[in-house]
Design a binder for this molecule. Sequence first.
Ligand code: TMP
Length: 237
Amino acid sequence: MEKLEQLYEGKAKKVFLTPDPEILIVSYKDDATAFNGLKKGTIAGKGVINNRMSNLLMQLLEKAGVPTHFVEELNERETAVKRVSIVPLEVIIRNIAAGSFSKRYGVPEGVVFDEPTIEFSYKNDELGDPLMNSYHALALKLATREEIELIKSYAFKVDEILRSFWAECGVTLVDFKLEFGRLSDGTIVLADEISPDTCRLWDSATGEKLDKDRFRRDMGGVEDAYAEVMDRLLKNL
Ligand code: TMP
């Protein structure tokens, strides 16, 4: 698959055109940001891990009936994906209180919910990705009612599949963020990435954080944590 000119550069990935208008190549960087780009750094080897992990998890989801943008892993940092127009919603599923949920509602991190929760943020860096409900998304015409229902049902299905997969790896899936896109025919598919950048992953036995919170909170051991979850995933495939 030939890489043509760069289409876009995000905080963690670059996106390139290919000769096929329906296919793009994403290239994963080691750059890390937090707090809407306010905190910047590098996590050595992160791009390689996130590329591999996201591809493996997307293939797992595809097999379980969740359509994704995944096409083919090209090398350790690059993957061919279906071209989508991103629905500008960050879809967040939570199984356990942590992060902004704990802060917003004054709940200690680690409180386990009876049922998973879903929330949306408007994907808009200038506005700081504000929280919104599905009626707001409809009002702003970010998606149709049918698309929002489909996105919700895919997101909860992703949670069920990934929660049980990670549990087998000795890892608790606390929460995660998904993004969806539309193919040229309007089909909704899971896009972006699923990685320790976009999930909270805690060691099931010790509660140790094995995700980007180590970077966000200056906890150290960031590279080791990414390597550890990748290792556990590979052992359990
Ligand atoms: P939060 O608790 O900060 O709202 O984060 C919820 C989940 O979403 C967590 O797993 C990290 C992920 N996330 C992203 O992937 N990108 C983001 O920009 C933010 C704020 C969170």
